[in-house]
Write a protein that binds this ligand. Structure first.
Ligand code: XUL
Ligand code: CO
Length: 435
């Protein structure tokens, strides 16, 4: 044990009446929700980057956190790993997620950086065996180092593409070795700042090629996990190629990858794209590409990615409703891609952030389950679309009717549709009974 979290004991469920700030009031891992343990529904993960690598900087000032592993080399990286697994264990988080750059200092060369990554992976392998904490997903950081400033897969320089490909391979190898359940690609700088210096068709083909090679390598190595792309509309580049779920789906279709790749949807990214989170989840589910979620919340006024811990139960409830309706997570889970505010400098703040986030998600999940179990909301939707069950409507939908056929029927039957209320306020009140 390190002394980083000295005096803090394992976080336990104490129930809604508890006033203990270091206890769960709603997240009760063993509680059954729709026939499944809460822990198995939510599949929480702690994100290594925000909790252990981020230093508390903003555009106007640097580091505010004091962490004993900042500035160090491999010894510091090992210390960081010790503390990270202590946090996972204190929280009872079943999973974690990381980028290569979060866990090891950059080396002098590709070979050196990979050697360092593998050395930390050796430590993770032992810790996973000791603690039972598992890897939800691994990923490569292809955006922080200046070599990637003009993009990784979408860089005009093929040597950068090659370096990125090799880096992805090293991270996929480590993810597979550690039993990771998914591999994520967020297009950090896969986009552009100005069209004046950009050939979009060329860059999109490069990105399609990279993703195809990732899928090939997954099959070649027998990696069982899912390959996930994480959409985001802007930041760091002004125009990101993976703008939102709809854009990613179109991209996957173009390169024939729609049955191979799913999405990892982040709350803040949905909001920056001008969508609600539940819109993105529901659309991914409609396309059959819902993989996993990055849970956080975004400031609605800021216009940039604030990565705050979630605290809005009604929003979270609607997202989990769509996840439950899609059959729940398979390889995916709820990764807290969330960071402390820069004044929250104490170790215990890491606990408060995650405890609040986990409780918010637990309440959201329970509310979503209650909506489904009550049945009146689903019955409303069933009724609203009931007309499409008739044989004639089914024939239109199956493509068995032409515009001329339909016109003939409209005239013969004198069809003159009667508008029906969309009942939005009724539905909002109905949902509010559960949240
Ligand atoms: C950036 C972001 C990343 C990805 C992983 O906004 O969300 O942390 O989740 O690269
Ligand atoms: Co994310």
């Amino acid at each position: 044990m390190t002394d980083f979290f000295k005096g803090i004991e394992k976080i336990r469920y104490e129930g809604p009446e508890s006033t203990n700030p270091l206890a769960f009031r709603h997240y009760n891992p063993d509680e059954m929700v729709m026939g499944k343990r809460m822990e198995d529904h939510l599949r929480f993960a702690v994100a290594y980057w925000h909790s252990f690598a981020w230093e508390g900087g903003d555009p106007f000032g640097g580091r505010t956190f004091e962490r004993p592993w900042f500035d160090g080399e491999m010894d510091a990286a090992r210390h960081k790993a010790d503390v990270a697994f202590e946090l996972f264990t204190l929280l009872g988080s079943p999973y974690f997620c990381f980028h290569d750059a979060d866990v090891r200092p950059e080396g002098e060369s590709y070979q050196d950086s990979t050697k360092r990554l593998n050395a930390i992976a050796d430590i993770f392998e032992e810790k996973i065996a000791q603690t039972g904490v598992k890897l939800l997903w691994g990923t490569a950081n292809l955006f922080s180092n200046r070599r990637f400033m003009g993009g990784a897969a979408t860089n005009p320089d093929p040597d950068v593409f090659a370096y990125a490909a090799a880096t992805i391979k090293a991270n996929m190898d480590v993810t597979r070795r550690l039993g990771g359940e998914n591999y994520v690609l967020w297009g950090g700088r896969e986009g552009y700042e100005t069209l004046l210096n950009t050939r979009m068709d060329q860059e999109l083909d490069q990105l399609g090629r990279m993703l195809s090679m990732v899928v090939d390598y997954k099959h070649k190595t027998g990696f069982k996990g899912a390959i996930l792309v994480e959409p985001k509309p802007q930041e760091p580049t002004k125009h990101q190629y993976d703008y939102d779920v709809a854009t990613v789906y179109g991209f996957l279709k173009k390169y024939g990858l729609e049955d191979e790749v799913k999405v990892n949807i982040e709350v803040g990214h949905a909001i920056l794209a001008g969508h609600t989170f539940e819109h993105e989840v529901a659309l991914a589910s409609a396309h059959g590409i819902l993989g996993s979620i990055d849970m956080n919340r975004n400031d609605y006024q800021s216009g940039w990615d604030t990565d705050q811990f979630p605290n809005n139960v009604p929003e979270v409830a609607l997202a989990y409703y769509h996840i439950l309706k899609a059959g729940g997570f398979s390889t995916g889970g709820t990764n807290f891609d969330a960071k402390l505010r820069r004044q929250s400098i104490d170790p215990q703040d890491l606990l408060h952030g995650h405890i609040g986030g986990m409780d918010t998600c637990a309440r959201g999940l329970k509310a979503a389950a209650a909506i489904i179990e009550d049945g009146s909301y689903d019955a409303f939707l069933e009724d609203r679309y009931a007309g499409w069950k008739t044989p004639e409507a089914q024939a239109m939908l199956r493509g068995e009717r032409t515009l001329e056929d339909i016109t003939a029927r409209v005239e013969a039957d004198n069809i003159n549709p009667r508008p029906r209320s969309g009942r939005q306020e009724y539905l909002e009140n109905l949902i509010n009974r559960f949240v």
